[in-house]
Ligand binder design. Structure first.
Ligand SMILES: [Zn+2]
Length: 285
């Protein structure tokens, strides 16, 4: 063969190889890739936490919400006791949320509607959904090999908030308000004092995470979340850039995650996902 012909043949083979690699990737990437497990608690105290999350069909709801994401492998999302450690993580294999962490969120929830109008059930649901989506974010970045500039912890928060904002308006608002509620203890005072070491954490400080939630929500919908600014929860200086901040996350999500989402399936799921806002929040014994 002439050199030109050999060159052409090599290119043709390479293109064919690339195409078949693509085809393989598509074939092994599936929706409904989430497995769930409520591990048996080791302590009696966690039995009531297990009962709470089971009654709320928490893992089933998270599984449904994440089902439109096409993954090349299965991902296990589980709840388990962690020997007294209150934590949640993705370890390269599965997402684990400790009963200790869920119990803490339950303790932090309120039995009365808050002055900002957050229903008691939402003061639990918002933070619970957030921890699952945040850890799922870490998992999705890893499994889909999503490149990230900036801190992964911020990106995982953005992943969670973005999905909340894609729900129907009333549910999006309930989730966002409940999510912001978890930082209540850290943002009550206008002056925050904390050890310098806290700023070395890979996560933003709780108050920064609080303002980030409000800013992305306001940036996504200035009407639905107008009161964040009018009531002074979100300072005007930050609010001015929130539309651009949301646009940046929206662009990243559409470019990097949406190609792996069955959009039609996702749309059908984002209708009614939460229990009604007047659902009674069970008291912790
Ligand atoms: Zn994280």
């Amino acid at each position: 063969m002439s050199r030109i012909l050999i060159g052409a043949a090599v290119i043709a083979l390479t293109v064919a190889a690339l195409h078949s690699a693509d085809a393989r990737a598509v074939k092994t990437t599936k929706t409904n890739s989430i497995d769930i497990e409520y591990a048996e608690p080791k302590s009696a105290e966690h039995r009531q936490v297990l009962q709470l999350v089971k009654e709320g069909r928490t893992l089933e709801r998270i599984q449904a919400l994440l089902s439109p994401i096409r993954l090349p492998r299965r991902l296990l999302v589980k709840t388990q006791g962690c020997d007294g450690v209150s934590n949640a993580w993705y370890d390269g294999e599965s997402v684990t949320i400790c009963y200790e962490y869920l119990d803490e969120l339950w303790k932090n929830a309120t039995q009365e509607t808050t002055p900002a109008g957050i229903a008691p059930i939402d003061t639990l649901i918002g933070p619970v959904v957030d921890v699952f989506l945040h850890e799922a974010g870490h998992a999705v970045f890893d499994i889909l090999q999503v490149p990230l500039f900036g801190r992964e912890e911020d990106a995982a928060d953005q992943f969670s908030i973005y999905i909340m904002l894609k729900m129907e308006k009333d549910e999006a608002r309930r989730l966002i308000m409940g999510n912001a509620y978890q930082y209540k203890g850290d943002v009550q005072s206008p002056t925050v004092s904390m050890p310098l070491k806290k700023f070395s954490d890979e996560h933003g400080t709780p108050s920064q995470r609080f303002f980030n939630v409000l800013c992305l929500a306001y940036g996504a919908d200035k009407v639905l979340f107008a009161d964040f600014v009018s009531k002074g929860y979100l300072p005007q200086d930050r609010a001015e850039g929130c539309e651009a901040e949301y646009a940046q996350v929206d662009f990243a999500f559409k470019r990097l995650i949406v190609p792996s989402i069955d959009v039609k399936l996702a749309r059908s799921l984002h209708k009614r996902w939460l229990v009604p806002a007047d659902t009674r929040l069970k008291k912790r014994r």
